[in-house]
Design a protein around this ligand. Structure first.
Ligand code: 2AM
Ligand code: CA
Ligand code: CA
Ligand code: CA
Length: 289
């Protein structure tokens, strides 16, 4: 176990170094005009997404030339037979970044099999005239930190006392519509439901107890890898939205402060099972060999 802990500590140090490099690129870009192009009608990408990914991947390749890498912008590279797969979201919350709305991040996570084992998220908060960053770090078996200090999920134990967060991807499909219904239902019963548009940040906010539960359909490994280990090591429970064990290749996620998990599942599971019965594809995004 101690040899494992050393390896995890090293993986985390590299995740932190890589995320910091990406964040430097993002920070510098904030002072310049942002040039936007479109992958789809509402699916934006900027030069900064790509520049940040290049900076992050350069650090990972230098330390681990034999590991597999998966970046949102560039896809898979490196040795796909490797035990480790790095999942990189070079700019999570691109739409927010494009508008200088303060909820975007650089997310670097490393997955063994289908389990995230270490990750770092650098969150940009504050907004114009007051940008600040928060760095969330975690590896399995060690408490999550934010800017070096331990963080913990909330102790809220009833949905009626909770602040929730969810997300909607750019595919406006059946799962998206089902989540619109869930959004409406939870708005009636929780103290509030937020939608920031940056999955990695939602998981970090869960880890520090400023939201109590988060769910979403259609997530990708790079959205979740770092955030999952950050949330779990701060006390969160993570499953699929129908209550099955979680893997980073699944396409629905329910992450809670643990106390809320049964009550939240009672809401998300029936709708998710109905989607599956209707033949909506919620199968894992990718199955590792
Ligand atoms: P991105 O900014 O890295 O593309 C899951 O909700 C992910 O989808 C988010 O983390 C965000 O990742 C992206 N996303 C959120 N809202 C979106 C929107 N309206 N259009 C496109 N992508 C969105
Ligand atoms: Ca994107
Ligand atoms: Ca993302
Ligand atoms: Ca992104």
């Amino acid at each position: 176990a101690s040899a494992d802990a050393v390896a995890l500590g090293e993986l985390l140090a590299v995740a932190e170094e890589a995320a910091a490099k990406g964040a430097e690129v993002v920070r510098e870009a904030l002072d310049k005009p942002r040039r936007i192009s479109f992958k789809g009608a509402t699916d934006l990408v900027t030069e900064t997404d790509k520049a940040s990914e290049d900076a992050v991947l350069a650090v990972l390749r230098r330390h681990y030339p034999r590991h597999a890498l998966l970046g949102e912008e560039g896809g898979v590279s490196g040795d796909t037979d490797s035990t480790y797969l790095w999942c990189v979201d070079p700019l999570d919350g691109t739409t927010n970044f494009a508008h200088a709305y303060p909820a975007f991040a650089v997310s670097v996570g490393v997955v063994r099999g289908s389990t995230p084992v270490a990750g770092c998220v650098v969150e940009f908060a504050g907004g114009p005239h007051a940008w600040v960053t928060r760095t969330f770090s975690a590896h399995t078996g060690r408490p999550t930190t934010c800017n070096g200090k331990p963080v913990r999920v909330s102790e809220v134990s009833e949905v009626r006392r909770s602040l929730l967060v969810t997300g909607f991807g750019y595919e406006h499909d059946e799962a998206w519509s089902a989540n619109m219904e869930l959004f409406k239902e939870y708005t009636d019963v929780a103290q509030g439901v937020r939608r920031l548009g940056a999955a990695a940040i939602d998981l970090c906010h869960l880890s520090m107890g400023i939201v109590d539960a988060y769910w979403e359909y259609r997530l990708k490994p790079w959205d979740m890898a770092a955030g999952i280990v950050i949330a779990q090591e701060a006390g969160a429970t993570v499953t699929t939205m129908d209550g099955r064990p979680f893997s980073v290749f699944e396409r629905s996620m329910l992450a809670t402060n643990t106390r809320l998990h049964p009550e939240m599942l009672a809401g998300t599971a029936p709708k998710t099972r109905r989607l599956l019965e209707e033949g909506v594809d919620l199968s894992p995004w990718f199955v590792p060999p």
